[in-house]
Design a protein around this ligand. Structure first.
Ligand code: ACO
Length: 440
């Protein structure tokens, strides 16, 4: 029996149970022991949307939502944003420690050498409509990579897992850039191994007829910092998708595609696009009070505000706000910045937002930066996906070697019909027809 425990008395039977508390948690399976009879399966715990259930043990990312703290492997995000670069941060997330100079050089080289994609992928990309959403293209093309690398199914050896790691991080920027170029009707640009990860991405996006593309150092740095800020965020929706799909022991490209699909949703990676749409709709500062009124009546949500975990200012939002000014110095001020600043100012003083602890999240300013850098809104979640790939990969690797993990399979509370007989079609009455199908 552990030192700390929780005593629960089941009023149905009068029996008491001692549930050990380990790491500030109790095991949900302990409730299985609480039965009324031998045939009883025991109590289930019910937790829709996993509001209070830990699905894994992790050593990767720590968040204290109340205090607004985010750390990767113990290192505060502020320090990484200031001093690290995306590939070094990826190494830290994946292997647990900051790399030595030799390790970093080798890791950077391996990622760089895996940025090329098979020529057939171009045909695959060309199959999409000219105006296909680049995030849909990314979901599809990442999944397609699994067919190019059948060896990715070998999950047992670290050598193989490392190889897929280099491929996933390396090829993400190439697929993302190809999706962008396809939308623009521009020829695809091959990776340039002389450039940094972010610089190479800019090259594949924006190179025209010049022989050698030179990324603007401020934009290259800004993009790199944005990738760091998005690199991991513990068990969010897309990371849970990566782990859950990966738990079936499918190849990691298929799991990565599922994670990318989860990120596509407007409540997750699509929020920065929604912020820019919202700022456009508001138009000018004068319209903000009216807009806030509508939000408070529940007509819609203030996009880029609120977070499941942060009940304080999202630490990434603070860094991004500062970064925005660097980008605007080069690209000119985004005209929507004034509206955003005023909106934030009003919301942070309004009791509706204060009492619900709704603060700006990472998406509130990132869209404005991306827009100023010349990205269409449809590319915003793609940029998020590139950064998050390091986290998805790190979490997937941790899950694969975790002896406690099995195929992910939640339970349910079945509240439907008890057994009943099939009714032949000619005997069915309109009054017993389904009310949930409104298509007729
Ligand atoms: N604007 C207005 N009201 C809000 C907002 C918002 N952005 N977010 C939450 N609320 C209100 C809810 O209406 C609810 O009010 P009530 O208690 O009166 O009913 C209360 O705050 C709690 O909201 P929940 O939906 O329970 O909070 P949850 O943790 O489930 O949602 C979420 C978090 C989805 C991020 C939510 O805050 C939201 O929709 N925000 C806008 C979208 C957004 O910015 N998403 C990006 C998240 S960050 C990321 O994914 C990278």
């Amino acid at each position: 029996m552990s030192k700390e425990s929780l005593t629960v008395t089941d009023n149905r039977t009068g029996k008491s149970y001692e549930l050990p508390i380990t790491n500030h948690s109790i095991r949900a399976s302990e409730f299985k022991k609480m039965k009324v009879s031998e045939s009883d399966e025991g109590l289930l715990t019910y937790d829709p949307a996993f509001m209070n259930t830990a699905s894994c043990v992790s050593n990767i990312t720590y968040i204290d939502g109340d205090k607004g703290i985010l750390r990767y492997r113990g290192i505060p995000i502020e320090q990484l944003a200031e001093k690290s670069n995306y590939l070094e941060t990826s190494y830290l997330l994946i292997f647990g420690e900051l790399p030595t100079p030799k390790q970093l050089a080798s890791f950077t080289n391996k990622i760089t050498m895996h940025t090329m994609i098979h020529e057939k992928m171009k045909d695959f990309m060309d199959g999409f409509l000219h105006d296909a959403h680049p995030m849909g293209m990314l979901v599809g093309s990442v999944a397609a990579l699994s067919t190019f690398y059948p060896d990715a199914k070998k999950l047992e050896t670290e050598v193989s897992r490392n190889k897929q790691t280099y491929r996933m991080i390396g090829k993400m920027i190439t697929l993302a850039a190809y999706a962008y170029r396809h939308n623009k009707g521009l020829p695809y640009v091959y990776p340039d191994n002389d450039l940094s990860y972010a610089g190479n991405f800019l090259n594949m996006l924006f190179k025209m007829t010049e022989l050698k593309y030179k990324p603007d150092p401020v934009l290259e740095k800004a993009l790199d910092v944005l990738f760091i800020l998005h690199a991991d965020h513990e068990q969010n929706c897309s990371t849970s998708a990566m782990r859950s799909v990966g738990s079936s022991r499918v190849d990691p490209f298929s799991a990565l595609s599922a994670a990318t699909a989860a990120l596509y949703g407007p409540l997750h990676g699509g929020a920065n696009e929604a912020v820019v749409r919202m700022l456009k709709e508001i138009g000018s500062k004068d319209n903000i009070p009216e807009y806030i009124k509508k939000i408070k009546t529940g007509e819609f949500r203030l996009m880029g505000f609120g977070h499941r975990v942060y009940k304080n200012y999202d630490p990434r939002a603070k860094i991004i706000k500062k970064l925005a000014h660097d980008v605007f110095e080069v690209m000119g001020k985004n005209p929507m910045l004034e509206t955003a600043l005023e909106l934030e100012h009003i919301a942070l003083e309004d009791d509706y937002f204060v009492s619900r602890k709704l603060y700006p999240n990472v998406d509130f300013y990132s869209g404005l930066i991306y827009q100023s850098m010349g990205f269409p809104m449809s590319m915003f979640p793609v940029l998020f996906a590139i950064g998050r790939t390091a986290g998805w990969v790190a979490q997937w690797r941790e899950m694969i070697i975790d002896k406690e993990q099995k195929i992910s399979r939640p339970r349910q509370l079945y509240l439907g019909y008890d057994t009943r007989d099939y009714v032949p079609i000619e005997q069915r009455r309109p009054e017993s027809a389904s009310k949930s199908n409104t298509d007729e």
